[in-house]
Design a protein around this ligand. Structure first.
Ligand SMILES: NC(=O)c1ccc[n+]([C@@H]2O[C@H](COP(=O)([O-])OP(=O)(O)OC[C@H]3O[C@@H](n4cnc5c(N)ncnc54)[C@H](O)[C@@H]3O)[C@@H](O)[C@H]2O)c1
Length: 464
């Protein structure tokens, strides 16, 4: 049954007697931890749940498992004030709240579909312990129709218990960017809420009111519309990147500088400058898996998503771009015994996330070809270490170096993979002096070719 507040239609569906909303956020990854911390910062009481006991223990001590600017301060402040707490027990968290955010991972399955096992496991557990009206919010990125699956999973547990408890399932996809996650969550462009029931809409409006102070940012829509909106947004951004990478490849062959073209088209307000930077491919936990999941969703719906398949295929090819350029430069000579300096391991600046990072494919290709790699990244070394066989570190095929310039010692070339700020204006004289043959492969078009060449360095960008 809906709680008394909802039945009376008052404005505060699930707040307690102190008018504070009590939330449970399940999953303390990039999305769950930021969501929990930011809701706590806005005066709600939040319990974050994770099955990873070590992570929860560290979080209780204020140790943040990921690199995300500004997050540590928000977490520590709210843990200290008692607004934010952590547990491994979902029933314990549920006992104190009636709003449950599901923010667990939805990794790609073998066939490219989003693997819903973690989401549905949480839904079943909620059904096993639900004892009063609640709103269950899907924050994870999930295929169209998942809210129905979550509803069915909860309901089947309630049926098994022989109880009749009302609940709503809402879709509230997250649009934060790693590296700016706290800022994005606190000052969102828009808040998408897919809700079919009035009480749930009212609750979500109240929850997000403090994030929409100067104008209402909440866009209400149907649950399936909201689920699709998240995939369409990521697929659009991935499409822009792959489009520009395709143009860059053509520029290589036609003797055109893609950077001139980028500015030429970005200045058109219908196109804009965002997400049209050519480079060595996109990575991360979202674009690759979400494009694949949308392709899979299309196939299941009996529709061939030609454009999305091409976006994914271009990106896979683009991740080979730097290695192909290196091989061409050396005229097909063996790379055995050659050393390469790699700047940037994370899939993008501002994060330690290595999921699907272009650096992984490049380093694997270089080492498989017999080369050695000396790599630097300001924050991703620990997460990157897990991506490569330990034996490579032991026998020196791969080393992570503390100082970016020390990577250049004995190296034939510098390969820029991630455009961290500290790599943007390097000392080219130092680079030229340290490399055995002054040579730069710029996988993010960060440098001005003429300036680099003035230093006697051979320069390769992407599409220039
Ligand atoms: N990372 C991003 O930038 C981003 C942005 C928007 C949306 N998303 C989406 O948000 C979701 C979460 O992504 P993420 O990057 O935060 O994932 P993540 O892998 O960093 O974190 C997921 C967390 O969930 C925990 N977990 C798994 N099963 C659990 C269970 N049964 N109970 C409690 N905890 C459980 C894991 O231990 C892990 O800590 C995904 O669907 C993703 O596509 C991610």
């Amino acid at each position: 049954m809906p709680c008394a507040f909802i039945r009376r239609g008052t404005s505060c569906p699930l707040e307690d007697e102190e008018h504070i909303l009590r939330l449970t956020v399940v999953g303390t990854g990039y999305v769950g931890l930021v969501t929990g911390a930011c809701f706590a910062e806005m005066g709600n009481k939040v319990t974050c749940v994770d099955i990873d006991q070590g992570k929860v223990e560290r979080l209780k001590q204020g140790i943040i498992p990921i690199y995300e600017p500004g997050l540590e301060e928000v977490v520590q402040r709210n843990v200290h004030s008692g607004s934010l707490s952590f547990t491994t027990s979902l029933p314990e968290a549920m006992a104190n709240s009636n709003i449950y955010f599901i923010a667990v991972g939805t990794p790609p399955g073998e066939d490219g579909s989003a693997d819903l096992q973690y989401v549905l496991a949480v839904a079943r557990e909620i059904g096993q312990h639900l004892d009063d009206y609640a709103v269950i919010v899907d924050k994870s990125t999930v295929p169209v129709g998942t809210a129905d699956k979550v509803r069915a999973a909860v309901q089947s547990e309630l049926d098994a218990r022989g109880v009749d408890i009302d609940f709503d399932v809402v879709s509230n996809p997250e649009f934060l960017k790693e590296g700016a996650a706290v800022e994005d969550f606190m000052r969102p462009d828009r808040i998408v809420v897919g809700a079919d029931s009035e009480p749930a809409k009212k609750l979500m409006a109240q929850l997000y009111a403090s994030f929409s102070r100067n104008h209402d940012k909440v866009l209400f829509m149907g649950v399936r519309d909201a689920e699709m909106t998240k995939y369409a947004a990521n697929a659009m951004l991935a499409t822009k990147i792959s489009f520009m990478n395709e143009v860059a490849n053509l520029c290589d062959r036609l003797g055109v500088d893609v950077e001139k073209v980028r500015k030429g088209i970005g200045s058109d307000s219908r196109i804009g400058y965002h997400f049209i930077y050519p480079g060595c491919g996109y990575g991360g936990s979202c674009f690759p898996k979400d494009v694949k999941a949308l392709v899979h969703m299309s196939q299941e719906a009996g529709f061939e998503a030609h454009l999305l398949q091409a976006v994914e295929a271009r990106n896979q090819l683009q991740k080979d771009y730097l290695f192909n350029r290196i091989s061409e430069h050396f005229g097909g000579q063996s790379l055995v015994g050659k050393t390469f300096a790699v700047w940037g391991l994370a899939f993008k600046p501002g994060t330690d996330d290595m999921r699907e990072a272009p650096s992984i494919k490049l380093i694997n290709a270089l080492i498989d070809a017999g080369a050695r790699v000396r790599a630097h990244d300001p924050v991703a070394r620990d997460t990157a270490r897990r991506e490569f066989p330990p034996v490579w570190f032991e026998d020196g095929r791969l080393s992570f170096i503390d100082d970016q310039y020390d990577t250049l010692t004995h190296a034939e070339a510098l390969v820029l993979v991630t455009e961290w700020k500290q790599y943007r204006q390097p000392e080219f004289g130092e680079i030229a002096a340290r490399l055995t043959t002054p040579l730069i492969f710029d996988g993010r078009n960060q440098y001005e070719p003429a300036l680099v060449r003035e230093q006697g360095i051979t320069y390769y960008g992407v599409g220039r």
